[in-house]
Design a binder for this molecule. Structure first.
Ligand SMILES: NC(=O)C1=CN([C@@H]2O[C@H](COP(=O)(O)OP(=O)(O)OC[C@H]3O[C@@H](n4cnc5c(N)ncnc54)[C@H](O)[C@@H]3O)[C@@H](O)[C@H]2O)C=CC1
Ligand SMILES: N/C(=C\C=C\C(=O)O)C(=O)O
Length: 487
């Protein structure tokens, strides 16, 4: 919808209707730095309206059979798929990611999220045990919890929002979703498909706006008993504080400082391109991206040379260029934050081998004010450096040598996060041993980001609380009850 100055103007989606808001935020095109869209700056009033709509829709939706809900999800998946190109274009423009990534990863995964949970909801069973000596039978039943608050970040906008909406509504909850205020467009576009898919009014409500205003109103609302959040650790802490008085159910998917552990028997022909991708895909703005690369000393020099050559080949371009490997970072503030780590690394005496401040970025004149930076490789950096400890969430990766298996496990685990790791070795025994000892919710060996949605996804330590996936999401989005029958 066109608004002020011909710019796109989004509206909240509450109770099946698009509703304007009394104030709006500017949303920027990361590839030019220009405002191109206005996003509702919602607050308490909009959350109240959404809670009312979600409450009214709950009895009808939760009493439908899983088969009926599954059919609605399947239709929504089909409609999203029919709009794949339009959604990919919008995601790429709004987020700064390449059109190729939006076409091949973000939107297909959003479609798959609905198809996957439409299917998995049909296959859950409950537990039953017997105590014959007491004449008792025990069994469990599960029921949807109620109104779910779903808060998602800006890095994989529709991908992560649908990863929450699909299991929540498949299990019979109604939802109030809040996408990041920086990337709201594809969520709004999806709302246009809900009625046609057969989603009843009030089952999916979307309120747009900032964390402190609408996010806090949502997570502290007494009638919202569960929250699924993906984002930063400080925000998760705030959500925990606000929800504590109500003992809400929480699923928190947070950041990472993910190691790649590369042994001397690794297949470098596979390892190097995959580790370039795991470091720089989506501008390094994926919580699963590699940001500490530990390489066994005997292959360190060779690895470093080949890795830097490959990183230099990783093409930074405007998001609409289908040959670009990397687009623009999300915002000016984020670009500055990422750059500040390179500055700190230099001050600490580390070497920047390629990228920021070393190589030249070539951009068309129209994109000179966009939030671009080159893939950057840091070395000669200490494990205690902030570049090796903190989540940078940009196209920056550190490479350091190691000598032994025990040493590298200890160093890889020596951060507060525990989300994802990769291990590269041709020795099967070592791969299993190291994977088991890494403090990480996910370990990919000789590969990266191959997702099996049936299995638990999430992190340990400061990387989160809880897991999501077929069974885990079902358990999170339902409340279980144990019933005992004496016969
Ligand atoms: N999955 C991940 O690991 C992600 C990590 N990050 C990390 O977080 C850093 C900051 O990015 P942000 O966008 O600021 O992340 P954030 O955690 O502030 O934002 C994530 C979502 O939470 C909402 N939010 C923010 N404050 C809130 C509050 N008080 N109550 C309720 N909701 C709130 C935001 O509006 C957004 O929808 C990044 O540089 C990166 O390091 C960011 C996005 C995803
Ligand atoms: N949570 C994030 C990525 C999840 C990926 C997946 O489920 O496949 C993130 O980057 O924030």
């Amino acid at each position: 919808m066109a608004g002020r100055g011909g710019l796109l103007m989004l509206e909240n989606f509450i109770g099946g209707k698009f509703l304007p808001c009394s104030s709006y935020l500017d949303s920027y095109d990361p590839s030019t730095g220009e405002v191109y869209c206005h996003v509702p700056n919602s607050g308490k009033e909009e959350v109240e309206a959404a809670v009312e709509a979600a409450r009214a829709a709950f009895p009808g939706w939760s009493s439908r059979s899983p088969q009926e809900r599954s059919q609605v999800l399947q239709r929504l998946a089909d409609l999203l798929e029919q709009s794949l190109e339009e959604l990919a274009q919008a995601e790429s423009k709004d987020q700064g990611k390449t059109i190729t990534l939006a076409r091949t990863m973000d939107i297909p995964r959003a479609v798959h999220n609905f198809r996957f949970f439409a299917s998995s909801i049909l296959h859950h069973t409950s537990e039953c045990t017997q105590m014959d000596h007491l004449g008792c039978l025990h069994y469990t039943v599960r029921a949807p919890v109620g109104i779910a608050a779903l808060i998602s970040p800006w890095n994989l906008p529709l991908y992560l929002l649908t990863w929450k909406i699909a299991p929540a509504i498949a299990a019979g909850n109604t939802v109030i979703a809040k996408p990041s205020e920086l990337t709201s467009v594809t969520a709004w576009m999806m709302c246009r498909l809900l009625e046609k898919a057969g989603v009843p009014p009030g089952v999916v409500n979307i309120v747009f706006g900032t964390g402190p205003r609408v996010g806090e109103a949502l997570v502290s609302h007494p009638e919202v008993p569960l929250i699924s959040f993906t984002g930063s650790q400080p925000t998760a802490e705030r959500i925990m504080q606000l929800s504590a008085p109500h003992c809400k159910k929480l699923s928190l998917e947070l950041g990472g400082k993910n190691p790649a552990v590369i042994f001397e028997d690794a297949n470098l022909a596979e390892c190097i391109p995959t580790t370039v991708r795991s470091s720089f895909a989506n501008q390094g703005e994926i919580c699963l991206c590699t940001s500490r690369i530990f390489v066994q000393r005997s292959i360190y020099s060779e690895f470093l040379k080949r890795f830097v050559e490959a990183a230099r080949m990783w093409k930074v371009g405007i998001p609409s260029d289908p040959s670009a490997d990397m687009g623009a970072l999300i915002s000016k503030a984020h670009l500055e934050k990422v750059r500040s780590y390179i500055k700190k690394a230099r001050m600490e005496g580390a070497q920047i081998l390629c990228g920021e401040g070393v190589d030249k970025l070539n951009l068309p004149p129209r994109n000179q004010a966009g939030y671009f930076m080159l893939p950057t490789v840091i070395t000669d950096v200490k494990d205690e450096s902030c570049c090796m400890k903190e989540e940078i969430f940009g196209p920056v990766t550190c490479v350091v040598p190691f000598d032994s298996e025990e040493e590298v496990i200890q160093r890889a685990n020596n951060v507060k996060y525990g989300l994802a790791a990769t291990v590269w070795s041709g020795n099967v025994g070592r791969v299993h041993r190291v994977a088991k000892k890494l403090q990480s919710g996910l370990v990919w060996t000789n590969c990266w980001l191959i997702r099996e949605l049936n299995l638990p996804f999430g992190g340990m330590k400061s990387s989160g609380v809880g897991r999501e996936g077929a069974k885990d999401s079902y358990e999170f989005f339902t409340e279980v009850k144990t019933i005992t029958v004496k016969h």
